[in-house]
Design a protein around this ligand. Structure first.
Ligand code: COA
Length: 256
């Protein structure tokens, strides 16, 4: 791939957005390649979890590629947003855990990409923001929705209307990120949390993702989905092995 680096290690696929000279801005090629990779993540049984990060020391992703904006019509603008939303929604709804390792600027589409992941871990040098109003546009890859979901409507309104950039510590206080760590420890911390998650029942972890997301989907009832998914856990090999292991006071077989 031209714009993405990938590495599969013990079931963890690390995706590195690789345009460091443009602070990893999301251009058309990144979206095409990310879309194809998401198909593989859904279907490839060797991929158990995904970490997304950015190349170079400065940026996770500094936004959509602004150089592709100038010539767009209203319809093309909407299509651009729809394409971004679709890819990010598939990341959000992936039944395999996806963690963003935010190693620098996460602005605009970069903040939106991080928010579509299930968990965010930030390096101390990370900076977050939705600066679109500086350019006379709005967040278009789900940012108006997910930022409000994660940090509440009032603070989300303020950040998106002021284009203010916030530090990793502020992001932690607001609940935008789960943890902050020294840059040198970012991948180690992210991998360690991923390994903890991957040691649990994979079907159950996927159902947690689906049930939580259902609460933010106005086409279904989150509580009803919880009931349905809870029921689906029963009588599975995974559940039988894990409950038996508990009762027999032994460790459950890995990823059964
Ligand atoms: N789209 C396209 N190119 C981008 C970009 C983006 N979102 N963000 C950074 N770049 C490019 C710059 O144009 C520059 O390219 P050049 O060297 O060919 O001129 C390169 O990345 C380095 O960026 P630069 O601005 O020189 O770095 P900096 O350290 O001075 O500033 C930022 C860093 C993140 C503050 C600044 O790049 C910025 O404001 N970027 C845009 C952020 C944004 O508005 N994102 C939302 C887009 S909808």
């Amino acid at each position: 791939m031209e714009t993405l680096l990938t590495q599969l290690d013990n079931g963890i696929l690390t995706i590195t957005i690789n345009r460091p000279d443009k602070l990893n801005a999301l251009n058309n090629t990144v979206f095409e390649e990310l879309n194809a990779l998401v198909n593989d993540i859904y279907s490839n049984p060797e991929i158990h979890g995904v970490i997304i990060t950015g190349a170079g020391p400065k940026a996770f992703v500094a936004g959509a590629d602004i150089s592709e904006f100038m010539s767009l019509s209203n319809e093309e603008g909407s299509s651009l947003a729809k394409r971004g939303q679709d890819v990010f929604m598939r990341i959000e709804n992936c039944r395999k855990p996806v963690i963003a390792a935010v190693n620098g600027f996460a602005l605009g589409g970069g903040c939106e990409l991080a928010m579509s992941c299930h968990i965010r871990i930030a390096a101390t040098n990370a900076k977050f923001g939705q600066p679109e109003v500086n350019l006379g546009i709005i967040p278009g890859y789900g940012g108006t929705q997910r930022l409000a979901q994660l940090i509440g409507k009032g603070k989300a309104m303020e950040l998106m209307m002021s284009a203010e950039m916030i530090s990793a510590e502020q992001a932690l206080q607001l609940g935008l990120v789960n943890h902050v760590t020294e840059p040198d420890h970012l991948m180690e911390k992210t991998t360690s949390l991923m390994n903890t998650i991957l040691s649990k029942g994979p079907g159950a972890v996927g159902k947690v993702i689906a049930a939580v997301n259902a609460g933010y989907d106005n086409t279904v009832n989150g509580y009803d989905e919880e009931v349905r998914l809870f029921g689906e856990c029963f009588n599975t090999d995974e559940m039988k092995e894990r409950v038996t292991a508990f009762l027999e006071k032994r460790k459950a077989a890995f990823r059964k």
